[in-house]
Design a protein. Structure first.
Length: 243
């Protein structure tokens, strides 16, 4: 992973996304749903869900919205029938894209996803067409903007707790785990007092793609269109954004 950073890509777009007030609750709902789906609906037993709920409450997300996202993930939402789908394809410039969907109308959603790819010079592919280019991993970010966290201490502690790798970035540590070790590492970090900025089980690219300026612009437009779709839960891609 040397030379590449999921966190750098996140940072570049986070402020612009958060500034759009209408997206804030939707973002939290998706994060809560994903965490509950992966680790269960009890925040006391699911460190990632507990962090997602805490972040949602800090942004004044209503409790009923939080409960709905958890119930949707655990199948406890009365009168609702949702189907999970995964779309794979290539964005402009050959950027690999995986889109995870939760929908109550797969025909509508399929048309919307296809339209988003086509409008931005991308192409949908068959299942498996790009997923082989990603590894499923636990991914945790610890912020260190003031430089107060000792590098050796957090590295040794996280590895002992089960982490596979730590990527040191300016202002942050990226911690990578196997999916089965994710909760144990999250618990260790929380109990040790480290500030978790983000924690999820996700797909991390094996290699990154650096398209042309025009293709990158279209790729960012594609990501924004997908993020605006209420049925989209997660978007994974291997775009390496330019400075």
């Amino acid at each position: 992973m040397a030379g590449h950073s999921k966190w750098k890509n996140i940072q570049k777009r986070k402020n612009a996304q958060d500034a759009k007030k209408g997206k804030v609750f939707m973002h939290h709902a998706k994060e809560i749903y994903t965490s509950a789906k992966q680790g269960g609906g009890d925040p006391e037993m699911n460190a990632s869900l507990r962090l997602a709920v805490d972040k949602a409450k800090a942004d004044n997300m209503p409790n009923e919205n939080i409960d709905r996202a958890i119930k949707k993930a655990t199948g406890a939402l009365d009168g609702a029938s949702f189907e999970e789908l995964t779309y794979e394809g290539y964005g402009p410039g050959g950027v690999a894209v995986i889109v995870n969907i939760l929908t109550d109308n797969k025909n509508r959603t399929a048309a919307e996803i296809r339209h988003a790819f086509k409008k931005n010079n991308g192409n949908l592919g068959e299942n498996g067409s790009v997923s082989f280019m990603f590894d499923r991993k636990g991914y945790i970010v610890i912020t260190n903007e003031d430089g107060a966290i000792d590098e050796e201490e957090i590295t040794l502690g996280a590895i002992e707790a089960g982490a596979e790798d730590i990527v040191i970035e300016e202002g942050a540590y990226e911690i990578i785990t196997a999916p089965e070790d994710f909760n144990a590492v999250c618990e260790y970090l929380r109990e040790s007092g480290y500030p978790l900025e983000s924690s999820e089980i996700t797909f991390i690219p094996q290699t990154y793609s650096s398209p042309s300026e025009d293709d990158e612009k279209n790729m960012l437009n594609l990501i924004e269109m997908l993020e605006d779709n209420e049925d989209v839960q997660d978007i994974h891609h291997n775009l390496e954004e330019s400075e």
